[in-house]
Each structure stands twice: as C-alpha cells, then as structure tokens.
Design a protein around this ligand. Structure first.
Ligand code: PEP
Length: 250
C-alpha cells in the first residue's frame, strides 16, 4: 500500500504574516493525522517562516521551483541548497504554469530533478496535457514524452525517491476537475511508462498525485481510485479549513 500525500501549492499567494496565520490555524486541525504525508509549498519569501511554524509538526515544506544550477550568475533564481537551508524537504518541478508562462522544457525538468535529488530534496514532478492535446487524442503521447524527457532521465535509484503529479492543464484553477476515471486512466499510463523505463517494482512503488481543482467536495471520489496516491492542490490549499478537510479525506 502506497502512503498517500496531500500537497498544497500556494503559487504566488500569501505574505509572511498570512503564512504565520495559516499555520497557527492549520496545525491543530491536522495534528492527529498520521495516515498521509502533508506538504505545503509557499512562495520563496515565506519558506523560512513556514518551516519555523511547522517545526516538530507533521507538515513538511516544499519549494515551488528550483534552479538547475548549483549556484552562479542567474538573477532571480533560487538554488536547491538555498531551499534546503530555508527548511524545504520537497520541491515542485515542471508545474504547468512554469512550462506555460516561463517556457520550461522536459530537459529543464530532468536537470532540476537531478540537482534537487543531489541536494537531498524530494522532487514532485508535474506532467499533464492541455485541453487541445486531449481533444486531439494526444494525451498518452504527451504524458509519455513528458515522462521520458523529465523523470525518465533519472537513474533507477533517483527515480525511486520522486513523487509524480498528474495535473491536466485544463483542470488547473478552472474548477473543472478530471473525473476519477479520467485521472485513474492517466495515472495508469504514467505507471506503465515507469514500468517500461525502470521496472515493475518501481512502477508499483511510484506515488502519483492528481492535481486540478481538487476540493473538499470532490476529493472522496478521486481518492476512491486505487491509482491515485494523493493530491496536489492549489486554490483549496490556501484556506486552512479546506486544506485540513482534504488531509482528513485522504
Ligand atoms: C496546482 O496549482 O497545482 C493546482 C492543481 O491548482 P488548483 O487546485 O487550483 O487547480
């Protein structure tokens, strides 16, 4: 049985003061929850505050992006060791907003995943098709390409430590959640890719989160699918009560 994960991606929301307020509401609500891994990924500026607030609790902190370089003249970038030092254990890599608005490629995803692993961070690698690609029958091709070019470039050992997130672009921030069946079918494609590239053992141990308009009122149907090992959540992670409700449902 794979251990479930509920991860919140705050995107470009919440100041340091908002972060303190969020954690003081959230922590008592999830204090007894031992059945899943809980992660919050705040903006860079609030990571230290979040890590401080969550110290000793069952909530881990993640970054939302990382540089593929160790250090150097890369204005505006943040390195894996900086994230680690600030208190991160995880880092989201290849989110569709990074691919769409900041032109990140599968090659970037592979390099970022590699440096994250070398530094001791656990990558949460995101893949997913656009509406246009789904409508054109290209979902499997796109997922395979993103898998092979991104996490598929890791070694077996590295791959065994990552989390994968299936996030159809058409479901992110739109309120249009994938049906549990659509999500499970995509997860099966990704698990098949993992089996072909690595091994059956790696495929069955891989934890794949679903992301795209997950809310307290739809999480139960999604989590009823054995294929889904948790959720990566944007909007509904901003409110401590709704995020805690997701954790309890997992
Ligand atoms: C996300 O940002 O990864 C996400 C899934 O957003 P939302 O839950 O708001 O669709």
């Amino acid at each position: 049985m794979r251990r479930r994960v509920i991860a919140g991606n705050w995107k470009m929301y919440k100041t340091i003061a908002d972060t303190r307020a969020f954690f003081s509401s959230l922590l008592p609500l999830v204090a007894g929850e031992k059945n899943c891994d809980i992660i919050i990924a705040p903006p860079f500026t609030a990571i230290s505050t979040a890590a401080e607030a969550a110290r000793g609790s069952n909530v881990a902190i993640g970054g939302q992006n990382v540089s593929w370089s160790k250090e150097g003249a890369f204005t505006g970038e943040v390195s894996a060791s900086m994230l680690l030092e600030a208190g991160c254990r995880y880092v989201i890599i290849g989110h569709s907003e990074r691919r769409q608005f900041f032109h990140e490629t599968d090659d970037n995803v592979a390099k970022k995943s590699l440096i994250a692993m070398e530094t001791g961070l656990i990558p949460i690698v995101c893949v997913g098709e656009t509406q246009e690609q789904r409508d054109s029958g290209l979902t499997e091709e796109v997922l395979r390409r993103q898998f092979i070019g991104g996490p598929g470039a890791l070694t077996q050992d590295e791959f065994s430590r990552i989390l994968l997130a299936y996030e159809p672009v058409w479901a992110i921030g739109t309120g249009r959640t994938a049906t549990p069946e659509i999500a499970a079918a995509a997860h099966r494609i990704l698990r098949r890719c993992a089996g072909e590239k690595f091994s059956v053992h790696h495929a069955s141990a891989l934890r794949i989160l679903y992301g795209g308009s997950v809310k307290p009122d739809n999480i139960q149907g999604l989590m009823a699918q054995e294929e889904l090992d948790g959720a990566l959540v944007g909007g509904a992670s901003l409110d401590p009560k709704s995020f805690a409700a997701l954790v309890k449902a997992a």
